[in-house]
Ligand binder design. Structure first.
Ligand code: HEM
Length: 419
């Protein structure tokens, strides 16, 4: 009975999301003009920024029909993310076997599991990836014929982070193509389930990924190496239980893949839409990091997260009851005009070497859940942009652009370029 419940419940929840959510969003968005639901409508997905400004004009905290309240205020988002009185637990299970492991957990389980991930992302560990990332980018670009248009996402932005994560985790290269496909399916579902076919793919991807990780875990128990999965099995059972292993690995894959693809696509698009700034990077490829940082602020790959109040609190003078949710629209907070001058302007010089320190953006969150992979994501995107600028100074758009569906993750699925 319990096993059957465990199998059926997630599928029912997903079906509800598939069938009920879009209808509810359409009704609330079109009919009731609910600001959060409007973000889910096609116009909100294409360009959420005017909607964030409309929300801002209504005050620091705005009630919404579902999910309690929303905010685009930078100081409020930052304060909630850093305050231990707020939980990441919506209805996620209480232990590490939830789909996204410690991202969905509060301390002490969060602290215990996150501690196992951090050694893979220290500055020293990350510095070791610089050469590898450049080599992968060059190999992928070598595969593009000179003078021929190429599609950035499938040729470069997707295969590069997958190559890095498979190496980091210790997944054998032979499994990486299938691994990438399933990671993309699960990562894509963070922005909502789009169709029955998508739901079926999601369930299948979840199973296959668990099977692949099962094999990798068995392999690393037999033949430990210098990778994250080997470190995890060495920490078992004191610091991580058997059931917590697959969700942990899935989190690292899902959190580190789709987000980085979006960061690369969003940065290249922002630069090519601002030719003076593309030229600045071509003239000084050292500015690639500043371009990536400004893109994180100006067009964040993760547009929102949420927290749940663990006690009755006040937020900007509004009462929030224990158990109520606040949706933190970090993509809008990053354009808070009280914090960033000319907040709507894409200007990489804010983060250029020698510039006055800019306020921190919230693209990687803040507080105890601050993205553990941030240094790796910055490195991967900066090296990619740098190599593009060095190899293709005349890079320009040469075909269609397509956005991924959904309003949590913001990024491209297609961007055709020519050099
Ligand atoms: C552009 C790329 C990335 C963006 C925008 C991003 C964004 C985020 C955000 C916003 C969170 C926190 C969510 C919250 O507070 O509710 C987060 C957490 C996390 N990210 Fe990233 N991420 C990126 C890349 C990566 C990479 C490359 C990895 C690893 C390979 C990674 C691994 C993680 C993990 C493990 C967490 C959970 C941290 C915790 O709960 O303590 N991310 N990320």
């Amino acid at each position: 009975m319990r096993e059957a419940e465990m199998d059926v419940r997630p599928a029912l929840a997903m079906l509800e999301e598939l069938l009920v959510e879009p209808l509810a969003a359409a009704y609330l968005g079109w009919v009731r003009h609910d600001p959060l639901a409007q973000l889910l409508l096609p116009a909100g997905q294409a360009d959420p920024y005017p909607m964030y400004e409309a929300i801002r004009s209504r005050g620091p905290v705005v009630p919404v029909a579902r999910f309690g309240q929303i905010t685009v205020s930078h100081p409020l988002c930052r304060a909630v993310l850093r305050d231990r009185d707020w939980s990441v637990r919506g209805d996620a299970p209480n232990r590490g076997e939830g789909r996204l492991s410690f991202l969905e957990l509060d301390p002490p389980a969060h602290t215990r599991l996150r501690r196992l991930a951090t050694p893979a992302f220290t500055p020293r560990a990350i510095a070791g990836y610089g050469g590898q990332v450049a080599a992968v980018v060059d190999r992928l670009l070598d595969g593009c014929s000179p003078g021929e248009p190429f599609e950035l996402v499938s040729r470069l932005a997707e295969p590069m982070p997958i190559a890095v994560i498979t190496e980091l985790l210790g997944v054998p290269v032979g499994d990486s193509a299938e691994f990438a496909r399933h990671g993309a399916t699960i990562g894509g579902a963070l922005s909502g389930i789009q169709s029955v076919a998508h739901l079926a793919r999601l369930v299948q991807a979840d199973r296959r990924l668990a099977a692949i990780f099962g094999e990798v875990l068995a392999l690393k128990r037999e033949q430990p190496a210098e990778d994250l999965v080997s470190r995890l099995v060495a920490a078992e059972p004191e610091s991580i239980s058997a059931e917590e292993l697959v969700p942990f690995c899935t989190l690292v894959l899902v959190a580190g893949f789709e987000t980085t693809v979006n960061l690369i696509g969003n940065t290249v698009l922002a630069l090519l839409n601002h030719p003076d700034q593309w030229r600045a990077v071509v003239e000084d490829p050292g500015l690639a990091s500043a371009a990536v940082e400004e893109t994180l602020r100006w067009d964040a790959p993760v547009q929102r997260t949420f927290r749940v109040a663990t006690s009755d609190v006040e937020l900007a003078g509004r009462p929030v009851r224990r158990g109520q949710m606040v949706v933190l629209l970090v993509g809008g907070a990053n354009r808070d005009p009280d914090v960033f001058a000319d907040a709507d302007t894409f200007d990489l010089s804010r983060y250029a070497p020698g510039a006055a320190p800019a306020p921190e953006h919230l693209a990687f969150s803040a507080g105890i859940h601050y993205c553990v992979g941030a240094p790796l994501a910055r490195l991967e995107a900066a090296v990619t942009v740098r190599r593009l600028a060095e190899r293709y100074p005349g890079l320009h758009r040469a075909g269609p652009l397509r956005r991924r569906p959904g309003s949590v993750l913001r990024g491209l699925t297609e961007l055709v370029l020519a050099a």
